[in-house]
Ligand binder design. Structure first.
Ligand code: HEM
Length: 504
């Protein structure tokens, strides 16, 4: 028999096997979610064809589906895949508040090579024990000491932005991202990488490369099994080598320092003892952390450091950039912010280094940041995998199902946030938390953001410093942002504003 006939018969058989498997799965799933509406899938692409435009179309497509089909919709991210997208308050409450449905969806596996079993990606008892053990590192009495890190790096940011004064248009998101990297490196590892001045450092370039590879993988139509034949696979391998070597080296140095002298509980005393030029970092606290009486292993330490690096820089930097854009384009809000800053700092307006109490006095700026995070939640969606079947309003949702929660969509719900597209910081003055799961920029429940307070302090400190030094205005010509939902919400064409020296 000619070889071509063999090939044709094999294709024929394979087709029928696939069809058989497909019908079996559809049949066995038919008792589930039968009342749910959603966009019609096209075999074998599911609903992915509409997403081909990439990260700039994702949110628009999801918003369109939600408008047409309701608050909980069934989508098909592939031929044999089901995912539910939810902006239903009660359903989200059920998930957020649950201590059972805490496992992340399959997309988070693309982060595993970098983040390993860090807090963001781990599950089950590993996650529970680590979360419990690491939580004290984010106590406000410890976070207070990071204010100096925000302030000293903030001074470098101001220096860099001074070079932009008087220009019609400045793209701030890239500069703010480098600043946020400096902050998180110093806070997490106690290392000053000076990304603002040396963005070409191998470590910084590799961190950036890993972030973008994760995004590529999440949105890639290729099956994960084919990943090793892609160029990204080799790029990731190279970047991982650099990042892991760098972090492991820092960890080894700290362990050596610690073994020379026992870490003193008093953080300032420790600096005296070690004669350290650096401030205490999260890593120093992780080195003291024990689980079941054992110190964290070197691998645990690396995973947690990498997780803080990933979760703790683009999230804050994108929020700060959007916040500066909102102030530049809403002069009345900017006036209120600066008035508050003058009330707090008086004649020291430009030079003051805010204390913890002074940051907490910035009530109006706090509203501005909250409203920015409502319109532009840094993490626009996150996914969970159901740990067991759920029955909700007449539908059965199967164990293992991916549920995508979309704060970007929910936080624009007009029934909860009237005039949702408008920037109105005052709405949070009397936001009475009637819908506690409607505003979730930091997620909610047991798997909420452990770095929330750190991030709020960093954002208050940074925006306060920028606004005390510069008057912000819209860029010329006017810049229309292009929202893109990567792992982080960004503007694909940058965030442009213009800066003038502040005179008062
Ligand atoms: C504006 C800034 C930030 C925002 C909006 C934000 C938001 C979030 C969200 C939505 C999650 C849940 C993600 C998911 O379920 O997929 C999360 C988790 C997490 N965040 Fe943040 N984050 C911010 C800053 C930070 C910072 C500065 C750190 C560290 C210093 C941090 C560390 C983490 C960690 C470790 C987790 C995983 C927690 C767990 O699962 O136990 N985040 N963050």
């Amino acid at each position: 028999m000619p070889i071509i006939l063999y090939i044709l018969i094999s294709i024929f058989v394979l087709f029928f096997v696939l069809l058989f498997v497909y019908t079996r799965i559809v049949k066995s799933t038919s008792k589930y979610m039968r009342n749910l509406s959603g966009p019609k899938p096209i075999f074998p692409f599911g609903n992915t064809l509409e997403l081909i435009g990439g990260s700039t179309v994702t949110l628009n497509v999801i918003m369109k589906y939600l408008n047409i089909h309701g608050d909980i919709i069934l989508t098909h991210p592939g031929p044999l895949a089901w995912a539910v997208v939810s902006v239903d308050h009660d359903f989200n409450e059920l998930l957020f508040s649950s201590s059972t449905h805490i496992e992340k969806s399959v997309q988070y596996e693309f982060m595993n090579n970098w983040l390993g079993l860090g807090l963001l990606t781990s599950k089950g008892s590993h996650w529970r024990k680590h979360r419990k053990a690491i939580t004290p590192a984010f106590h406000f009495s410890i976070l207070k000491d990071f204010i100096a890190v925000f302030d000293s790096n903030g001074t470098n940011l101001i220096k860099r932005l001074k070079g932009e004064v008087g220009k019609d248009s400045t793209e701030i998101s890239k500069v703010v991202s480098l600043y946020a990297l400096d902050v998180i490196c110093e806070a997490t590892m106690g290392v000053r990488v000076n990304a603002l001045e040396q963005e070409n450092s191998e470590y910084i370039k590799s961190v950036k490369a890993l972030c973008s590879i994760i995004v590529d993988r999440i949105f890639s139509p290729l099956h994960p099994l084919l990943y090793p034949i892609t160029w990204n696979y080799y790029k990731e391998k190279r970047a991982l080598k650099v990042v892991h070597a760098y972090v492991e080296d820092v960890i080894s140095q700290r362990i050596e320092e610690k073994s020379k002298k026992n870490l003193n509980k008093d953080r300032h005393k420790m600096e005296e003892d070690f004669g350290l030029k650096r401030r205490l970092a999260f890593l120093d606290l992780l080195l003291e952390t024990t689980i079941d009486g054992q110190l964290l292993s070197k691998r645990d330490l690396r995973d947690e450091v990498n997780t803080f690096m990933f979760e703790g820089h683009d999230t804050t930097s994108t929020a700060i950039s959007f916040c500066l854009l909102m102030l530049a384009t809403h002069p009345e809000a900017q006036e209120k912010v600066i008035k508050e800053q003058i009330d707090i700092f008086g004649s020291n307006l430009k030079t003051a280094s805010p204390t913890y109490n002074e940051l907490n006095e910035m009530k109006y700026l706090d509203l501005v940041i909250k409203e920015t995070l409502r319109l532009f939640p840094s993490v626009p969606f996150f996914g969970r995998k159901l740990s067991n079947d759920i029955e909700f309003k007449g539908n059965l949702y199967p164990k293992g199902l991916t549920v995508m929660i979309i704060p970007y969509a929910f936080q624009r719900n007009p029934n909860i946030f009237p005039n949702p597209e408008e920037f109105i910081p005052e709405r949070f003055q009397d936001y009475n938390n009637k819908f506690p799961y409607a505003y979730t920029p930091f997620s909610a429940g047991p798997r909420n953001c452990i770095g929330q307070k750190f991030a709020m302090l960093e954002m208050l400190s940074t925006v306060s410093k920028v606004i005390r030094n510069f008057k912000l205005a819209p860029s010329k010509p006017e810049h229309k942002i292009k929202i893109a939902a990567e792992t982080i919400l960004i503007s694909a064409n940058g965030v442009r504003i213009s800066l003038e020296n502040r005179e008062c």
